[in-house]
Ligand binder design. Structure first.
Ligand code: B12
Length: 502
């Protein structure tokens, strides 16, 4: 039995904490099931600074300290492991999650405090790591899906970890270990739909892994098919991600029965009134299942009495509901009118759509398979079904140009919507990170870690992958696109062309 402290690093500091870290909560539940002693310090939820972190680290005789997170949590992880190493010199410090999986060797090099990393899926690897700590041995190479240091201090990758076949064998996440009442339920609201705005007790669930798309800015977690182990001519094993033209995808999802039982569990146990599906693209799974998955989830929501019954005040405004409303992400080319209506009847309040652009020549390079027409069609189908579509746009694609910006302005005007685009950002693990890595590193004076430290939520600009525009130009052009200012776009195009000698 190993005594392990999980630390959830700080992410998205500019907003209040809104999401229980699903991966950590699942791994904690698995470790408890295997008989280990687990405690969680949710640094992201509490945000109490280094003194409290030190107190937590001193509070017990931790044998293992486990951290995980996405790439944008790297800065927080870097600070935490320094303090953890100083306070708990004997503990095994382990790291997993997208931050490590997308750049295993680099992150292990930058963070010498980490003893062992979990590359890819942690469901089986993590309990094996805890057993190893318990045994007193440190032979990490015996555990597939790890990266560690050999006796000479060189980084070594063990064999690739296979994916868990039967997702329904997973326990429910250990939500009890997180400050639900103190922090998370207070931040339940999602400002994307009236029901989301009125949510009082929201929890998130993740019920599928993988996506059929090959969006070049997206990272498939390294566990859903985009990661491969390769041996170079010197015999060294390295991890690589999607390269142009080479893709493989693995798509897995929980059964509708498991999903609705879990929703019923959190509704009955915690009084949850709103569920956010974290899944990247619910429609991929639906299509993969032969269009039965979402229909069955919706049917079971009705049969379990979870489909919401709205209550209205005297003026006809939504005042509350019995049951649960829910939301998630959809996809322009994969949604159907029928499934959207079925989802609405079962309580779906809003769906996020990554439209990215309304320009054909840009969309052709993104890898999503969508067109301006499928984007527009899905927006109306979703509205007609009574669900709020939440459109996302990106500016600064490699082939972004004046025409694509005009295309966006005209489409937004025609549709009557306003969207402030994110900046195209190549997060580690994405195809565009592989393609533009050298250029991105050069933009940070050869220091890749500096780029990683600057990555945030792409509302501010970091590394640029646009072939036509600089960071300064993109900031200005985003503003003009938002304003729909075609006059200044035309004027700037003239200046830009003369500077390019065109
Ligand atoms: C929830 C979520 C968020 C949440 C919270 C993240 C969190 N701390 O929990 C919020 C809203 C903050 C968020 C924001 C963003 N996100 Co986000 N997010 C997700 C999402 C939808 C789900 C994460 C999840 O819970 N997955 C399920 C669990 C089970 O997987 P997991 O956490 O990876 O854990 C597994 C393994 O990694 C491993 N593991 C994890 N931790 C540990 C620890 C140890 C010790 C071990 C051994 C193993 C281990 O074991 C687990 C089981 O296999 C993912 C997509 C996805 N479907 O995963 C994107 C994703 C992580 N997000 C992503 C991105 C790009 C963003 C944004 C930049 C988007 C934007 N433009 O705003 C912002 C960043 C904001 C910021 N300023 O930091 C990318 C990450 C790319 C990258 N290289 O890091 C993803 C992969 C989406 C994508 N496909 O591109 N996100």
């Amino acid at each position: 039995m190993t005594k392990v402290l999980f630390i959830n690093p700080v992410v998205r500091e500019e907003d209040v904490p809104r999401h229980v870290p699903y991966g950590i909560a699942l791994l904690a539940a698995i470790a408890i099931r295997e008989g280990h002693q687990v405690q969680v310090y949710d640094a992201n939820a509490w945000r109490l600074g280094e003194d409290t972190l030190r107190e937590v680290l001193r509070a017990d005789d931790w044998q293992a300290i486990a951290l995980g997170g996405i790439t944008t949590a790297y800065g927080s992880i870097k600070q935490i492991v320094k303090v953890a190493r100083a306070e708990c010199p004997q503990a095994v410090i382990m790291l997993g999650g997208g931050v490590l999986t997308s750049l295993p060797k680099e992150v292990m090099t930058w963070l010498p405090e980490i003893d062992v990393g979990c590359v890819g899926e942690g469901f089986v690897t993590f309990p094996e790591m805890l057993d190893m700590v318990d045994s007193g041995q440190r032979d990490w190479m015996k555990i597939a899906g790890t990266i560690s240091r050999d006796s000479l201090g060189r980084l070594v990758l063990s064999a690739q970890r296979g994916l868990l076949e039967n997702l329904d064998s997973l326990p429910y996440p250990a939500w009890d270990l997180f400050p639900l009442e103190e922090i998370y339920f207070k931040n339940s609201q999602m400002l994307f739909s009236p029901e989301g705005m009125m949510a009082k007790r929201r929890l998130d669930i993740n019920v599928s892994y993988g996506c059929s798309m090959i969006c070049r800015y997206c990272y498939h977690l390294g566990i859903a098919g985009d990661m491969r182990y390769e041996t170079d001519e010197t015999g060294e094993v390295a991890v690589s991600f999607d390269q142009p033209g080479s893709y493989s995808r693995s798509i897995r999802y929980h059964s509708p029965d498991y999903i609705v039982r879990m929703i019923k569990h959190i509704h009955d146990k915690y009084g949850v009134d709103f569920v956010l599906f974290l899944d990247e693209n619910l429609m991929t799974m639906d299509q993969h299942s032969g269009r039965t998955w979402l229909k069955d989830i919706c049917r079971l929501l009705h049969e379990s009495g979870l489909a919401p019954v709205p209550e209205f005040d005297e003026s006809g405004q939504l005042a509350g509901w019995k049951g649960i409303y829910w939301s998630g992400t959809s996809h322009a080319t994969l949604c159907t009118k029928e499934v959207l209506k079925t989802m609405r009847a079962a309580g779906c309040s809003h769906l996020v759509y990554g439209y990215e652009s309304f320009s054909s020549h840009v969309l052709k390079t993104v890898g999503k398979g969508s067109t301006p027409a499928t984007n527009e069609r899905s927006l109306f189908w979703t509205l007609e079904a009574g669900i709020r579509p939440v459109p996302n746009l990106i500016i600064g694609f490699p082939n972004e140009d004046f025409q694509s910006i005009r295309d966006n302005i005209k489409a937004l005007d025609r549709l009557g919507i306003s969207v402030k685009p994110h900046f195209a950002t190549a997060y580690p693990g994405s195809e565009w990170f592989t393609t533009y890595r050298d250029s991105l590193t050069a933009q940070y004076n050869g220091d890749l870690e500096a780029y990683i430290l600057e990555l945030g939520d792409a509302t501010t600009i970091s590394g640029v992958i646009s072939k036509n525009f600089t960071a300064v130009e993109l900031i200005g052009l985003r503003e003009l696109q938002l304003q729909g200012n075609l006059r200044l776009i035309d004027a700037y195009e003239t200046v830009w062309k003369s500077r390019q000698g065109l």
